[in-house]
Ligand binder design. Sequence first.
Ligand code: OOG
Ligand code: NI
Length: 457
Amino acid sequence: MCASQFIDSDEIRSRFSKAMSEMYRLEVPQYSTLLELVADINESTMADAGHGMQVSAPERNRLQVERHGAIRLGKASELADIRRIFAVMGMLPVGYYDLSSAGVPVHSTAFRPVADESLLRNPFRVFTSLLRLELIEDEALRERARTILARREIFSARALELVRQFESNGGLTSEEADEFVGEVRETFRWHREATVDADTYREFHDAHRLIADVVCFKGPHINHLTPRTLDIDAAQVEMPRRGIGAKELIEGPPSRRHPILLRQTSFKALEEAILFPNGAGHEDGTHTARFGEIEQRGMALTREGRELYDTLLAQVNARSDERYEVRLAQAFASFPDDLGALREQGLAFFRYEVKDAARLKDMADAGAGFDLERLIESGIVVAQPVTYEDFLPVSAAGIFQSNLGESGRTHGKGNSARDAFEASLGAPVLDEMELYERASRESLEQVRSAFETKVAS
Ligand code: OOG
Ligand code: NI
């Protein structure tokens, strides 16, 4: 097989993301409404020059296809296989999220592209959780869950065969990629038939709804797909107008002139009809798992910026005398909302770009040394915030809880098990901070080498 016949992983991911979106549209009609709503809001935000939202053409293209999804797996081998499957699509595990501190018995990573060009092409991400059976207290129930999960096989033999082919040949042809996308999509399809009887379902459900969602079904149905909006406050107001009941609060930081990290809202999970096997026939039941979500992405924060974010958010959660939005705004008043300040104080990541090559050359010729601040001040180089491509554990916990029908924010003991997670995954997760640092550093090196070549020529 000649390598040139292979299509690139970015193309496979784009096809997969499209296939998932088409499937979810048919499965959950409210998702189509969300997509229309977000497209309308993005269009009017971009048309409104006063909004100050400058979106470049490649960013616009990315925005139109941008989605993230979420799945919940039941056993280590499923996590290891999904890592190989997502690798075919150029998606790598980034970050470790411990949800146990919020009382949810899972830990997670986000599979996503990491290279700048790949993110621009299609940033499709999947928040992937693994059930932690060891957190089920009842030993008999834990063992039953283990037995049920041990029997299931969530990937088709053909999907795994195509993964092996990709791994040994270094790629897939266009036809093979289409077949692969079709096979993998089936793993995430909704199944109306539970694999256990109603009593068993009830027992798992009573231990934790999430355990029932993972253990009692044939596979890890995709539980939401999220489009990205440029104005989540507008989306939150618009959702009920279009007949969608939004959760009460937007997760994440407050509304700002220069958005940071990630803000998210969702509609509550649907109560869906399911069938429990019962002797030769079946028994009717319901299950709630699938929901819809909208997000707005802001800039990635450095370790210092993230520490400040976590500290301020903890202050909001600790106080309860005022309305949440008021407390949130008050706490975040001390987080600078000025691009210059964010950069100078090292709170956010920036990417550097030469805007005026002629004047860069003049400066270099004049014998000035490389002085980034001066180049920025004189408008020769611009510093653009780097987009946050990951998730937030406190927000994720809020999304989980609003969809599990729990009220209030519970804070459990917290029991991080990153080593065990990576052992199940079969690889370490990438450190998102390193990825942002690298993107920023490489852009600066490019500017510096442009300056130095100008001197030489
Ligand atoms: C995942 C919830 C986390 C997000 O956007 O933070 C998530 C789940 O419910 O399985 O998707
Ligand atoms: Ni989500």
